[in-house]
Design a protein around this ligand. Sequence first.
Ligand code: MOS
Length: 708
Amino acid sequence: MIAGTPRERSDARAKVTGEARYSADVPVIEPLHAVLVVSTIARGRISAFDARETEATPGFVALLTYRNAPRLDGRVTGRPGVDKRLLLLESDRVECDRQPIAVVVGATFEAARDAAARLRVTYEAEPPIPTLADPRARAFPPDRTPHGEPADIARGDAAAARAEAPIVHDATYTTPTEHHNPMEPHASIAAWDGDRLTIWDATQGIFEERRKLASVFGLPESHVRVVSHYVGGGFGAKGSVWYHQALAAAAARHVGRPVKLVLARDHMFGATGHRPETVQRLVLGAGRDGILRSLEHEVWAHTSMVDAWMEASGEVSTMLYACENVTVRHRLARINVQTPTFMRAPGECTGTFALECAMDELAYAVGIDPLELRLRNYAERDGHRDVPFSSKKLRECYALGAERFGWERRDPRPRATRDGRELVGLGVATAVYPANQSNASATVVLRRDGTALVRSGTQEIGNGTYTVMAQLAAEELGLPLERVRFELGDTLFPYAPNCGGSWTVATVGTAVAQACRAVRAQLRALAGGDVAPADAALVLAAADREELSADSDARPAEERARFSCYSFGAQFAEVAVDPELGTVRVRRMLGVFDVGRVLNPRLVHSQLVGGMTMGIGAALLEQGRVDPRTARIVNASLGEYLVPVCADVVGLDALVVEGYDEHANPIGTKAVGELGICGAVAAIANAVYHATGRRVRDLPIGPHRLVA
Ligand code: MOS
């Protein structure tokens, strides 16, 4: 057995030896180097550029501003709800801090950086709207959420049911702006050959990038090639085309040479998206038995002046618990900020924070154990779509997690458990993330020497695509793993979608499996009966053939529409709080997850624990801060934007309940990558309440919230 075993990453050695080439490492011959100049105001217009010192810098090659840049079409089209407009040096308008306003090209990176630093920009600044809390930030409904749902969703009559409910919990939860901060900075190398563009890019989606860059430059898609062999993390930030790819390509065309553009860490806090701040009001109506009678979830999130990207935090409330009367409402407000984007579990992460804290509060209000409250409200089917779940083993997750975590030993009273001077608390929350699947293609070549080459234009963003797809192909072909090679990351390969939405295994895996099954069918036909692929040599020699090949074009099966497909999990956290200093430490966390079939337990564990780690960051540390007077980001560095480091991440473990989802897709898998962050934040917040008796509804939870 190959699929289902904890194989090492096939690219592990290449990565640790430096042999793996990330986009900025690709040895394109003699590229020039580009550096972005970004705005230092958040709203207004550029009144003048003084480029004398820039142009006098040794090694200076070119400067592009709105005054001389080619007219580019920044309306990069996407799916409904996630369309985006880039202000690609089109005018003197500035609508956010760190908006790219110029590109400087130099002979070396240092020359470009020096020349960029010497560009003098004069602005006419206007008063910006800095945050969602600003009264000038007016709410409006988005056309659609990124999942294609309407802004308002309702069933039953929540207001009427709440009016008659004996218990009502009504509270507002807030989450701050968060930045993705992948280890690898965004990096692009653009090279033109006539009117054909090749770009090596750190991206989560080569085909989407091809489509969007073709649209920006008015080219047929066939004239754009995107290559991406390794990506050092993305978390959603690399799931869209931003300014730097388009401007690197524009600069390369302008100077007639390949151009490399690597974003500075500081610039990654600007024009590469972020998770927007949210304000979420939860109103739960329940009986004295804790059973929900109404659930109302109102969400406000910020967006930019030019786009309507929605953090759809309320969607989880439509289906996570059994409730007949549900109202979900999403609203946006424009502020002077760069356009937000997907960040690991966009909507689900922030939404499960608010909903799962509210459920915890309801449990205390009715005097029921928080885990028991969730079981009483367990959803046997998706109440929003009114269909059964494709598979759901959440009860098993709760039970196994409670047993392994020692939930029964928890003293239910808040502020009752001490360890020395520290207050200790245990919290629980539910994790949920959709088990998505999209369209993908793959090609498989089985050679006479008994090796196979499998290709699909997907990405390796640290998720283990190289490894898992090779495992799956080896399993399907009946070949040893070392005889299978999987290649990805080139738009010359068959189509695959973005690595996002935790759908890569379900989507690309289905395409790979189908192509492998087609090759085996050919082999059977050739041999006139069953034959092991290891014996392909004999069969192919007898037929005088060098190889067999098959392509697949895999789409979600119609059967999927009859089910609601989700991954689930139960998150448990133990925190220790210093009552005088207000410091919070996570002492241990356990997540137990229902993810369908597991193709590689080692990689699944790594993804789940990685998500939980980001949950610690969201709960306790992460916060993009802006100066309320200027709307400028004030902590745009890894020194001041805090993320969990090794010392913060102790005692984490993730388990899975065995499963195979026969309805979600033909290979039985569900979503993994984004699941681990969901519920993790609320589990920690709930543990802080249990430890201290203080309910913190505003993230991040730190000394400033606990000592006052
Ligand atoms: Mo993920 S936020 O769907 O890249």
